[in-house]
Every structure is written in structure tokens, then in C-alpha cells.
Design a binder for this molecule. Structure first.
Ligand SMILES: Cc1cc2nc3c(=O)[nH]c(=O)nc-3n(C[C@H](O)[C@H](O)[C@H](O)COP(=O)(O)O)c2cc1C
Ligand SMILES: [Fe+2]
Ligand SMILES: [Fe+2]
Length: 411
């Protein structure tokens, strides 16, 4: 990855992280890029340093050299967000250049102390504050709390109209040497859209209300470039990713797209017998169906599918008087991300007593998910033809409902 110029006096440095679990938890099959930006006036600032993951700071330091930028010329490090994927290199950087000044929010100050023992040469900034780098370059700051942590700010370069948004407007996906939307084909943009959905659903989803507030606040700025901490830089159409994020935030409480996610699990294939017919029935109604098996599919993928789906079908058997455990775990995660108001249907097999349905009802109640279910269908052992006919019929009904709702409120 090479250093590139995002605008006059603004450089993007980037390193890809692959073969890790993001936040120690989320699989990133296509990797993720970690971006920093150098902004030059008479003074020089670097915005969104990056993590201390193996090799990442070293990759960035070599990019300074590539652009002929002396590390010792950095006056300010702007920390928009203290999560170590962006702040983790401060200790390494201090070894090379001990006397830079950190510019960050008030709430980040105690975090600097507790994460890295840093308490001097720190300037606190918040709404309405700015930093003059000279040569007409002024950085303005806006607090965007809880996108993704409480201390988060965004930085706006008033000269170029660049919004350095850190986690907001970010996406997964490693990036080759074409990091700008104006360099990418329609298919490549589509790839990053899908990566943005998964990033949003996995990392930002729980903070959808703060995301909406941040968009409102940043909407007052004359934005010409969106330069996030992860993913591509939006230069040809900066409002596309902002509008996409606005939609993703709306998906939390539904309705979302005219799509259904079917999540299924089965021990001995009894529940599985009805999965194919259910999928066919919904596809026959013309809705897109995402199918995931638990525990095989990753939570990250399931969450991304459910996030964009107005309908959800759950298929699982009873296990020790409760629900097939990996399904309960996934539903718990969906509840914590506050995926609400889905149209849903559940079917599954049991041996003698059942119990899966009771736990499903409990989870929905406890996590206040407000999913509206069609009448569930349970069968003892193998489903017979009548069961399959009924499952097909309810799945068609669900698909029709999903299409109707999504058409009435297109997002
Ligand atoms: C470990 C285990 C625990 C089970 N616990 C229950 C139970 O508590 N109540 C019940 O009705 N059936 C229980 N069953 C029976 C299954 O629900 C039944 O075999 C069902 O057909 C399995 O569907 P599947 O092949 O889709 O997994 C249990 C089965 C297994 C293997
Ligand atoms: Fe973050
Ligand atoms: Fe991040």
C-alpha cells in the first residue's frame, strides 16, 4: 500500500489488517484497512493514528518516507477516537518523536492516561473549537459521542472540505492501491457497500441513534470529501456513504429492505427437511433470501443479513427443553444490537416435550425485540407433507408482507 494524496496538502496512509478477528471477535474475511491522514498547513497534523497490530505502525512509518515527509515534522496528532485500533500507535510514535501535541476531546483525556499513561502535551477540543495549522488550513472539531465510543469527535478541514470521520462512514475490506471512490468501478463500489453494511452491523449498529445525530450535525458542514478511519475515501460522491449510513441507522428499528434472512440449525436433519421448501416458497414471491446455518455461519455475517432484512425466519429444534443453543446465542446478539420490529416466522422439530418456542418467546420479551411472528409451526420428528405445505404457505405470507412493508417505506 502506497501513501496517496487525497487533496492538496492531505495524504492518506493506510495499512491492511487481515487474518485477525476485529475487536478480537468479528471475522473479517476480506480484511480491513486502517487509515491515517496527514494534513499540512505551515504546521503538520496527523489524524487517526492507527493500531499497534503487528506491522501496522511500521507500514505507516515507511509511507512517511515514501512521501518525503519527515516524522519529526509532525506537530499535532489528532485523536478522534481512543479505541486502540486508532490510538494504539501513540506509544510507538512517542519513541520516535517525543514532543508532539495530542489534540483530542475532553472525555478522551482520562483514557489517554489509563490506556497509555499519557498526560502532558494534550489540547482538549470540542464543539466549536478549531486548530489553525497556518497557510489557510483550519481544522474544526465536532463532538459525535458514541460513534463509536463516548469520547468520539470528527475533524473537518475547512480548506478542502474533508471530514475525517474515524469509525463513522467506515467499511471493512482491505484496500489495494485505489483507495478513492473516483478510482473504482461500479462492482468495486458494490463490494465496499457490502463491506460497509457488515462493518456497520458488527461495529456501529448498537449506536444507531448517535449515528443519526452525528449525521444531522455533520450535515451542516460543506463536506466535499469523507475520509474515514477504515475503508475507502469518498471524493466523487461524499454524500453517498452519508446517505447509506443514514439508511443503515434506520434499519435498526425497521423496516429494512425487501429481504428475508433465514437462520437455521439442525442436529439430525429433521428441521433441515423444511428449510429448502421454506426458501423456495419465499424466493417464489420474489424476495431475496439470505440463508445462514448455525453454528457454522459467523455472527458477523448473520448480523449483516438480518440488519438489512425486514423479515426473519428461524428454524431450529428443541435441545434439552430449550432452543438449539447456537440459535439462542445469535438471537441474544441480535437483541443486544437492538434489531427490532422484524416480521418473523419460526418452525422446528422436537422429540417429546418441545421447549424451543418457550425460550424464543422469553428472549424476544427480555430483549424487547418487538418482532411480529406468524403462528409458529412445530413438528414431532420429521415434518410430513401437511407440515411442509403449511410452512410453504406461511413463508409465502411472510414474503408478501415483507414486500408490502418495504414498498410502503422505501429505505
Ligand atoms: C441433545 C438433545 C437434547 C434434546 N432435548 C429435547 C428436549 O428437551 N425436548 C424435546 O422435545 N426434544 C429434545 N430433543 C429431541 C430433538 O428435538 C428431536 O430429535 C428433533 O427431531 C431434532 O431435530 P433436528 O434433527 O432438526 O435437530 C433433544 C435431542 C438431542 C439430541
Ligand atoms: Fe471504534
Ligand atoms: Fe475503528
Amino acid at each position: 500500500m502506497n501513501i496517496t494524496s487525497a487533496a492538496d496538502g492531505i495524504y492518506r496512509l493506510s495499512a491492511n489488517a487481515e487474518d485477525i478477528l476485529f475487536e478480537g471477535l468479528w471475522p473479517i474475511p476480506n480484511g480491513v484497512s486502517m487509515n491515517s491522514y496527514i494534513v499540512q498547513g505551515e504546521k503538520t497534523a496527523i489524524i487517526d493514528g492507527v493500531c499497534g497490530w503487528d506491522g501496522v505502525p511500521q507500514t505507516l512509518f515507511s509511507q512517511f518516507e515514501q512521501a518525503g515527509i519527515d516524522v519529526n515534522s509532525i506537530d499535532y496528532v489528532v485523536i478522534n477516537h481512543m479505541e486502540p485500533d486508532h490510538s494504539g500507535w501513540l506509544e510507538d510514535f512517542r519513541k520516535i518523536r517525543p514532543d508532539f501535541t495530542i489534540v483530542t476531546s475532553k472525555k478522551a483525556v482520562p483514557m489517554l492516561e489509563s490506556f497509555y499513561g499519557i498526560h502532558n502535551r494534550v489540547i482538549e477540543v470540542g464543539d466549536g473549537d478549531s486548530l489553525d495549522l497556518g497557510a489557510g488550513r483550519v481544522l474544526a472539531f465536532a463532538e459525535i459521542p458514541n460513534v463509536h465510543w463516548p469520547e468520539t469527535i470528527a475533524t473537518f478541514d475547512t480548506l478542502s472540505g474533508t471530514l475525517f470521520s474515524c469509525d463513522a462512514f467506515g467499511s471493512f475490506g482491505a484496500i489495494s492501491d485505489a483507495p478513492y471512490d473516483d478510482q473504482l468501478s461500479a462492482e468495486q463500489i458494490e463490494f465496499f457497500e457490502a463491506e460497509a453494511v457488515r462493518y456497520y452491523a458488527n461495529i456501529v449498529a448498537a449506536f444507531s441513534t448517535p449515528v443519526k445525530k452525528a449525521i444531522e450535525k455533520c450535515g451542516t458542514l460543506p463536506i466535499r470529501i469523507v475520509a474515514p478511519g477504515h475503508g475507502i475515501v469518498w471524493r466523487r460522491d461524499p454524500h453517498k456513504i452519508i446517505n447509506d449510513y443514514r439508511r443503515y441507522a434506520e434499519y435498526q428499528k425497521g423496516p429494512a429492505r425487501d429481504e428475508v434472512t433465514l437462520i437455521w440449525g439442525s442436529m439430525y436433519g429433521m428441521t433441515e427437511k423444511a428449510v429448502g421448501p421454506a426458501v423456495e416458497a419465499m424466493e417464489a414471491e420474489g424476495v431475496k433470501v439470505h440463508v445462514h446455518r448455525v453454528p457454522e455461519s459467523s455472527w458477523g455475517d448473520i448480523l449483516a443479513s438480518v440488519w438489512t432484512s425486514t423479515g426473519v425466519v428461524l428454524a431450529m429444534p428443541t435441545y434439552e427443553y430449550k432452543m438449539f443453543p447456537p440459535m439462542a446465542a445469535v438471537l441474544d446478539e441480535l437483541g443486544k444490537k437492538r434489531v427490532q420490529n422484524r416480521k418473523a416466522f419460526r418452525f422446528g422439530s422436537y422429540g417429546w416435550s418441545g421447549g424451543a418456542q418457550k425460550e424464543l418467546d422469553e428472549i424476544m420479551e427480555r430483549l424487547k425485540m418487538k418482532w411480529e411472528f406468524l403462528e409458529p409451526l412445530e413438528f414431532k420428528g420429521s415434518p410430513d407433507e401437511d407440515h411442509l405445505t403449511e410452512i410453504r404457505s406461511r413463508c409465502r405470507e411472510l414474503a408478501r408482507e415483507v414486500k408490502k412493508i418495504a414498498a410502503a417505506s422505501p429505505v
